[in-house]
Design a protein around this ligand. Structure first.
Ligand code: ZN
Length: 297
């Protein structure tokens, strides 16, 4: 990615270039499908397991495809100002693709870092005028960001991650992005395409800010924070410092270790690992000192 860097190396990943923007930690998307490492399903692709071993994932008759995508994003430079469609729009205009609702847990932010969420246009006419006249600094709503912040980005929300920020992202399994503005940058000598008409069709006007109120509870030596519970996913942070039994719902969960190391039911887990706890797993015994982001459908 033209905005990527080398920050993801701290998770123990081998980087293929000096500008790596994203790790797709749990994904069955056709643009980057994960393979299981270790255990009974070693070497199997996640998209294949989703189709062939449905019992691992519980009842998912509604979803032809694995519904979640979890990522770690390292922004060494500004990402384009963008917007995503919802499921209904993407289904019609993007060959049956899913829309994209996403959320961000901020892992790191440099001093003075900011992100873009929302816009200042009051009417669709004003939005169109500001975009066609290139008045992006008036249009966008930029806010300061620090480690530990959490944001839910609904479809139709203008947004951009800016330089100096590392995020953990949970989203619908979609790769549909409409670019409004890319700072006139060049990639291999050419500007990346913009999608002004589609952006104008999906941006919600006016922008209504969304307030996240985290719900915190303790379970023995663990602190469990629930950030968001929407139609597509529920996202928690689990901080273990000692030993704790973590209750899970009957659905499958993804768990990504973002800091530290320890054991889950006797298996070593460490920063940079991504796991799937299959449907009906029940509860897991966590021992050690680590932090995980846990997501379920
Ligand atoms: Zn996005």
């Amino acid at each position: 990615m033209i905005w990527g860097g080398t920050g993801l190396a701290e998770f123990g990943y081998t980087l293929t270039s000096g500008r790596v923007g994203e790790c797709w930690g749990v994904s069955a998307h056709k643009n980057g499908c994960c393979t299981v490492r270790g255990g009974r399903y070693d070497g199997r692709r996640l998209d294949e397991l989703w189709r062939e071993e449905p019992a691992l994932f519980g009842d998912h008759a509604d979803n032809a495809e694995f519904p979640l995508l979890v990522k770690i994003i390292d922004a060494q430079d500004d990402l384009s100002i963008q917007v995503h469609p919802d499921d209904a729009y993407a289904n019609v205009h993007e060959n049956g693709a899913m829309g994209k609702t996403e959320c961000w847990y901020v892992l790191k932010a440099e001093e003075g870092a900011s992100i873009i969420i929302g816009h200042n246009a009051k009417t669709p006419e004003e939005l169109r005028a500001m975009i066609t006249e290139g008045r992006f600094s008036d249009l966008i709503r930029e806010i300061p960001v620090k480690a530990g912040d959490f944001f839910q980005i609904e479809p139709g929300t203008v947004h951009a991650i800016k330089r100096g920020t590392m995020l953990f992202e949970t989203q619908e399994s979609s790769d549909v992005t409409y670019r409004l503005y890319d700072y006139d940058r060049l990639q291999n000598g050419v500007k990346r395409p913009l999608h002004i008409d589609k952006s104008l069709a999906v941006i919600k006007v006016p922008f209504v800010p969304m307030h996240i109120e985290p719900e915190v509870r303790n379970a023995e030596d663990a602190v469990i924070t629930k950030y968001v519970d929407c139609r597509f996913y529920t996202v928690y942070k689990v901080e273990v410092n000692g030993a704790a039994t973590i209750p899970l719902s009957g659905m499958f969960h993804t768990a990504s270790i973002i800091e530290g190391e320890g054991y889950l039911d006797g298996s070593l887990v460490k920063k940079g690992d991504h796991l799937i706890l299959s449907a009906g797993y029940g509860e897991t015994r966590a021992v050690g000192r680590f932090t995980a982001i846990v997501t379920r459908v």
